[in-house]
Ligand binder design. Structure first.
Ligand SMILES: Nc1ncnc2c1ncn2[C@@H]1O[C@H](COP(=O)(O)OP(=O)(O)OP(=O)(O)O)[C@@H](O)[C@H]1O
Ligand SMILES: [Mg+2]
Length: 290
């Protein structure tokens, strides 16, 4: 399997600080997989993704050791433009990225510099607009739409460039509940398409876990744990101790398992429907054993 990202022995310290913000990071992200990054505040989640997209060390000063490679090329040696064709980044605050008068102009803006012909640009735009459901916003000013719509537009801008790797840093943290659901719906479509690598920092584990192939816990600048969602919470008290709360259905199943109502080999669910099946099995077993 090809790796989209390979990180070897990465260490990073921001200038004027005493502690390393990243320590001993080794990570491989296979292409076309979905990595969910979780962790309490100030643990290095943003620093990690800024290293993957090359903002560290290109736009920050500090001490950099080790290497980050995107499809085999070290980000240290890639230009900003080279990195931008490989990695698209969506921030928590979509407004930071606007420059145009209408949503449509904003979408076209990035594509105009790519040198693609008009047919190709239109094809890309139609796809990005469709996935993000912003067809009715194209004539509007980016400043006159809701926070959730702004975020969908920011995602459409990134998708229009069609990078093989898409990174989002807490994309739902600044928007209302309905807007959040739209973002998770977009992530679901991208995941199901299966043709790009997606890396998302997100506090809503309830929604993140069912999407992710792997969950990664950042703690004190290090990767404290990385596992598929079905096993990420096996040592639940430890994860909770690090400030990360599992989906409710996972907690419930964990305590059923601890109490002996479900067998020790039971894989912990993270989706509600899986939890219902587990509960039905537990009830059946209890009845049969009476
Ligand atoms: N530009 C910077 N200059 C100096 N120190 C920084 C800078 N950005 C982050 N840090 C420090 O690096 C550490 C990791 O911060 P980072 O923003 O990566 O954490 P995070 O897990 O993304 O937190 P949050 O959940 O609050 O977004 C923290 O101690 C933070 O104070
Ligand atoms: Mg952060």
């Amino acid at each position: 399997m090809t790796n989209a990202v390979v990180i070897k022995d990465l260490e990073w310290k921001y200038e004027h600080t005493t502690q390393f913000a990243l320590r001993g990071i080794n990570l491989e992200i296979p292409e076309n997989t979905f990595l969910g990054i979780v962790g309490a505040n100030e643990q290095g989640k943003t620093t990690l993704i800024n290293s993957i997209c090359g903002l560290i060390p290109h736009s920050f000063n500090g001490v950099y050791r080790g290497s980050v490679e995107i499809y085999g090329s070290p980000v240290l040696k890639m230009s900003g433009l080279e990195i931008a064709t490989q990695v698209g980044l969506v921030f928590a605050d979509p407004e930071a990225q606007f420059t145009a008068m209408t949503v449509e102009e904003e979408l076209v803006f990035g594509l105009e510099n790519t040198g693609y012909d008009l047919g190709k640009i239109k094809e890309r735009l139609d796809w990005a607009v469709g996935v993000t459901m912003i067809g009715d916003l194209l004539d509007k000013s980016p400043y006159d739409i809701s926070g959730g719509q702004k975020q969908r537009m920011a995602i459409a801008c990134v998708l229009a460039m069609n990078p093989p790797i898409i990174i989002m840093d807490e994309p739902t943290s600044m928007i209302d509940p309905l807007g959040k659901q739209f973002i998770f719906d977009i992530l679901r479509k991208l995941k199901d398409a299966g043709d790009r690598t997606i890396i998302v920092v997100e506090h809503n584990i309830e929604q993140l876990a069912p999407l992710a192939d792997q969950l990664l816990l950042m703690q004190d600048g290090q990767i404290a744990r990385m596992a598929p969602p079905a096993h990420f919470f096996d040592d639940l008290p430890n994860i909770v101790g690090s400030g990360v709360y599992p989906p409710e259905v996972t907690s419930f199943a964990y305590w059923l398992k601890q109490s002996g109502y479900v067998p020790p080999e039971q894989v912990l669910p993270n989706r509600f429907d899986e939890g219902v099946t587990l509960m039905q099995d537990a009830l059946r077993n209890a009845r049969d054993n009476r």
